[in-house]
Design a protein around this ligand. Structure first.
Ligand code: SAH
Length: 465
């Protein structure tokens, strides 16, 4: 299996600087199941070609796989196409041979990294599934490549056997080298249906890493993601979810709780304000009390500052949704270790709520029966006692601006009360004073004359902290 990459950029040997490979040297790197050879068939100022030749050991493959022959075709392990085709081995070899170029580093000539050059890439041979030609074009065309395909016969001596599923692929176009390498890294294993290693959560990370900057906008992103992850539903959903994250918000806001246009962004704004306060508090561990379906947790996970993130909610259904939203089952182990989610009530003393630097309580208190509010205060402020508590609730004064709302109607059927700014602040001051906290209040969302902002936030800081 051979991949060549050529340029006519001037001087063409700039390619060797970018690849960190000297044109006069022949190099071999070891792979788990074979070797990859790197050399330059041609290197002049006007034309430079680098070749990556894969030499896969089919016997080693069998030994390393730990499998014994399957009954249907025991020889399959020895007689297979793996040594000859571009497959996931190719991606491994690319990332090993050209890692610095792929990461966009070139210490000696940093200006070359973002230089767009004319490239021609030839891959022989590439296996493609049914409808191969169409699929290959659908994957490479949108990225701006000119695609040239040659389909090979199964056997030239036996033309009646017809065509094979193997192609020689030639791509050409003007690109940055790091982008070309990333495209190939992702798209070759997306075409090849076999994968030589275990497809786990780390594959999602690799896909998102190498797909950064282009996969999100690729019209076939779903198909690429699914095929790259070998159709494993959970991983695919995880990857697509993360890929589409920014768009996801709008979709969700459409079914959120505020009965007005303002709902488009209000909840997102609210969560961002809460995040800011949590970050500023310097907290390392955070508990999201009444976490619902985990929107805030999802944002918290992205911040390295937080090494322990816990979500608690009374509703099992909400926690199930959180588990899906966060792709808990398929989460990478290191990420999973930071996170814990459990069912619990904020109105009963519970040791699992103790010991956190900060707590977020976002749009929760208005769901409590007023006669349970005191129990909640004791559990959170007297027993759990986090150093920082960031708490939000709607501002009922603002309801007057929601045209579709009747007088005295609340924003959500399950709300037991909604407070004016005065009501909230006097409650907050009294709770703070009783439990040794200081408190400041901030508006969330755009403030309107007389009625204030749609939502309100209190930030409590423990005095002895
Ligand atoms: N904080 C989340 C969810 C807000 S909706 C967000 O901002 O997206 C309110 C949540 O509080 C619901 O998920 C509800 O199940 C939870 N909740 C209500 N009463 C509770 C209680 N006593 N203990 C724990 N959670 C409670």
């Amino acid at each position: 299996m051979l991949l060549t990459l050529s340029t006519t950029h001037h001087p063409a040997t700039d390619l060797s600087h970018l690849l960190h490979k000297h044109p006069d040297k022949y190099q071999t790197i070891e792979l788990s199941n074979g070797k990859a050879h790197i050399f330059y068939p041609h290197a002049t100022d006007t034309h430079c070609t680098v070749a990556l030749l894969l030499d896969i050991d089919p016997i080693g493959l069998v030994r390393n796989s730990g499998r014994t022959g399957d009954g249907a075709f025991a020889l399959r392990q020895y007689v297979n196409d793996r040594p000859y085709v571009a497959s996931s081995f190719m991606s491994v070899a690319l990332s090993k041979a050209f890692s610095t170029a792929m990461n966009g580093t070139c210490n000696k000539r940093p200006e070359l990294v973002d230089q767009i050059m004319p490239f021609e890439i030839t891959i022989s041979v590439l296996p493609a599934p049914k409808g191969g030609e169409l699929l290959i074009r659908k994957l490479f065309d949108p990225l701006g490549y000119q695609v040239n395909l040659e389909r090979h016969m199964l056997d030239h001596q036996f033309t009646e056997w017809g065509m094979s599923k193997y192609f020689t692929l030639k791509l050409s176009g003007n690109f940055k080298l790091k982008d070309v390498l990333s495209h190939i890294y992702v798209l070759i294993p997306a075409l090849d249906t076999e994968k030589h290693y275990w497809v786990g959560a780390q594959e999602v990370e690799k896909l998102l890493d190498k797909g950064e900057g282009w996969l999100k906008d690729h019209p076939e992103k779903e198909q690429i993601t699914r095929r790259y992850l070998k159709g494993i539903g959970g991983l695919t959903r995880n990857a697509l979810g993360r890929l589409l994250e920014d768009e996801e918000w709008n979709e969700e806001e459409a079914v959120d709780e505020e009965p007005d246009q303002a709902k488009e962004t209000l909840h997102y704004k609210r969560l961002k304000c809460v995040m800011e306060e949590l970050k500023n508090s310097g907290a390392k561990s955070v508990i999201d009390m009444g976490c619902g379906e985990g929107k805030l947790i999802k944002m918290l996970l992205k911040e390295k500052q937080f090494d322990k993130i816990v979500g608690v909610d009374v509703s099992f259904r909400e926690l199930e949704k959180a588990s899906q939203r966060l792709h808990l089952q398929e989460m990478a182990p290191r990420q999973r270790e930071r996170l814990e989610i459990f069912q619990g009530a904020l109105t009963y003393r519970d040791q699992r709520l103790y010991g956190f630097d900060a707590a977020a309580i976002v749009e929760v208190i208005e769901h409590l029966d007023p006669n349970r509010l005191h129990a909640f205060e004791r559990v959170v402020f007297e027993f759990a006692q986090p150093n920082t508590i960031v708490l939000t609730t709607p501002n009922s004064e603002y309801n007057a601006l929601f045209e579709k709302m009747e007088a005295n109607q609340m924003r959500h059927a399950d709300h037991r009360f909604e407070w004016t700014r005065n009501e909230f602040e006097s409650w907050g001051r009294q709770v703070a004073q009783k439990n040794g906290y200081q408190v400041v209040f901030k508006p969330i969302g755009e403030e309107s004359e007389n009625v204030g902002a749609p939502s309100q936030m209190a930030i409590f800081t423990r005095q002895s902290a």
